[in-house]
Design a protein around this ligand. Structure first.
Ligand SMILES: *Cc1c(COP(=O)(O)O)cnc(C)c1O
Length: 345
């Protein structure tokens, strides 16, 4: 097998969703933006719909159209970006629910799609998307009279439970929404873990479904195995890869494996990252190339045909640490060249 294989465990996605759903009493939606964080929105969403998820969130109307094709009629598909100019036909034809972010978007929506469902996104302090308190105060009565299906906001620091911003945003969201009839939603994965004050009528986990922090108890979802192309001996003083960045100090063995930064294996992680050959941890030797990586396999007794970059031994967050990033970016960077195998459906 020449291509690297990305195995996506849909059973683990569903188990993670059920575990997060069990922590709160409201509805648990699923965030599948950016192709379900790179893992395949169609496959992931169909599996989650089978497990009982009824509401899905995407970033853009175009993603919602593709998701509607995959899911068919029935599930609610919400669009975080709201109703952007030119989106009316997409929203209508695919029956998508825009999360209205501004007075301009509200006007656009009632003019182009009168009577069609929408949600409201409020800014409770992150200053990214949503209406600010003043804007909301001006629009509130009119917007609520049109019966929004959801009123939501988003936490900036939920992955740090002790951060004062969490309580501040909770209080702001409450001040903006206490007493309304519409269902409310404040929390993604991190907010679910903050406890019931943060749950309201709906939660919106993403990363926790896909095996990432801050959901420490998540089952891993993505496994990546990479074939070994060749193995060679190196003598002290010999270098490996571009720029001679790695030089053998003792006699050793180097495996060249068939993936690189074009497959989303971030070049920046090179010096700190490892792969696993069976039960042996092997450091990356030298710079990550576009399609190839050198690995120090000197300690490996029986060289396997493939090595593992993600899987039982190494999580997305371990790799993220090596690259100075977060598990989210490891997942969304995963390349298009892998053979993708879905298991556990
Ligand atoms: C991405 C996103 C989520 C999901 O966040 P996770 O941290 O992945 O659980 C929820 N709500 C909004 C508004 C988002 O942008």
């Amino acid at each position: 097998m020449a291509r690297s294989e990305l195995t996506i465990d849909l059973g683990a996605v569903c188990t993670n969703w059920r575990a997060l759903a069990a922590m709160n009493t409201g509805e648990t939606a699923a965030v599948v933006k950016a192709d379900a964080y790179g893992l395949g929105a169609a496959e992931v969403s169909r599996a989650l719909a089978g497990a009982g998820a009824r509401t899905f969130f995407v970033a853009l109307a175009e993603e919602g159209v593709a998701l509607r094709d995959a899911l068919g009629p029935g599930p609610t598909i919400c669009v975080f970006g709201g109703h952007m100019s030119g989106d009316a036909a997409l929203l209508r034809d695919a029956d998508l629910v825009p999360m209205i972010n501004s007075i301009d978007q509200m006007l656009r929506h009632v003019e182009s799609l009168p009577g069609r469902s929408f949600g409201i996104q409020l800014d409770s302090g992150m200053n990214r998307l949503g209406m600010e308190p003043g804007e909301w105060a001006a629009l509130r009565e009119i917007a609520l009279s049109q019966k929004p299906v959801l009123v939501m906001s988003h936490l900036a620091c939920a992955d740090t439970p002790s951060h004062g911003m969490n309580a501040f945003q909770l209080q702001t969201f409450r001040q903006m929404t206490d007493g309304i009839d519409a269902p409310r939603s404040l929390s993604a994965t991190g907010g679910i873990l903050l406890g019931s004050d943060y749950h309201f009528e709906m939660t919106r986990p993403g990363i926790g479904l896909y095996g990432g922090l801050p959901f420490v108890d998540a089952l891993p979802v993505a496994a990546l195995s990479i074939p070994v192309i060749q193995v060679r001996d190196v003598n002290p003083g010999e270098s490996v890869g571009y720029g001679n960045a790695w030089v053998a100090r003792v006699p050793g063995r180097i495996a060249t494996i068939a993936a690189g930064y074009a497959d989303g294996i971030l070049r920046a992680m090179g010096p700190k990252a490892s792969v696993w050959a069976g039960e042996t941890r092997c450091k990356i030797a030298g710079r990550i190339s576009m399609d190839l990586i050198g690995v120090d396999v000197s300690a490996v007794k029986d060289m396997p045909d493939t090595v593992e970059l993600l899987g039982a031994h190494q999580s997305i967050d371990t790799l993220a640490n090596a690259a100075g990033t977060i598990g989210y970016e490891i997942l969304t960077s995963l390349g298009a060249r892998y053979h993708r195998r879905y298991v556990g459906a």
